[in-house]
Design a protein around this ligand. Structure first.
Ligand code: FES
Length: 174
């Protein structure tokens, strides 16, 4: 399941003879990413797509096909990357079946060198810097509520910035 980090992992595992399934979810069809890439390496029945609004694939969220796979198959490992709520609930689903799950975290980052401290995440009760200690961690050890709160820290400023960008009628939008 997942996108940016998970695709190279999926390609490598599929190329070495492992059975790999890709679960991809998005709010709506137009926001789905990397479908073609996953289709190029996996058989049709190993691709599972969900959209919140039902515009493509199964209506709903990725935890539904994840749970079916965990019930039906001997899954050795789950990888997830994407929005924090999706990763949190995927982790809870994998934990229910005792299946290991790795999350590729995406906190706010500034310098990406381990110096600014912006990307702090709590993992197994310890502070880690996702840029240098991760970004991949045992998802069952991640403090998801802390990560979600930290990601929302600049929501007001992000909204103001987006508004200013839209009002300026930026050349790249024309
Ligand atoms: S982004 Fe600055 S420490 Fe990780």
């Amino acid at each position: 399941m997942g996108l940016a980090i998970a695709f190279p992992v999926a390609r490598q595992l599929a190329a070495t003879g492992h059975e790999v399934h890709a679960i991809m979810g998005a709010r709506t069809k137009d926001l789905l990413l990397l479908e073609e890439q996953f289709r190029s390496i996996l058989p049709e029945d190993h691709i599972h797509i969900t959209t919140d609004d039902g515009s493509y694939g199964e209506k709903g969220v990725v935890t539904a096909p994840l749970e079916r796979l965990l019930q039906d198959k001997a899954v050795n490992q789950v990888f997830c990357v994407g929005p924090v709520p999706m990763m949190k609930f995927s982790t809870l689903t994998a934990e229910k079946y005792g299946t290991p799950i790795i999350a590729s975290l995406n906190p706010i980052m500034v310098d990406g060198t381990g110096m600014c401290g912006c990307c702090r995440v709590e993992v197994d009760g310890q502070t880690k810097f996702a840029c240098v200690d991760g970004p991949d961690f045992d998802a069952t050890k991640v403090d998801w509520n802390d990560l979600r709160a930290r990601q929302a820290a600049y929501r007001t400023e992000e909204g103001q910035s987006l508004k200013a960008y839209e009002e300026a009628n930026c050349a790249c939008q024309r």
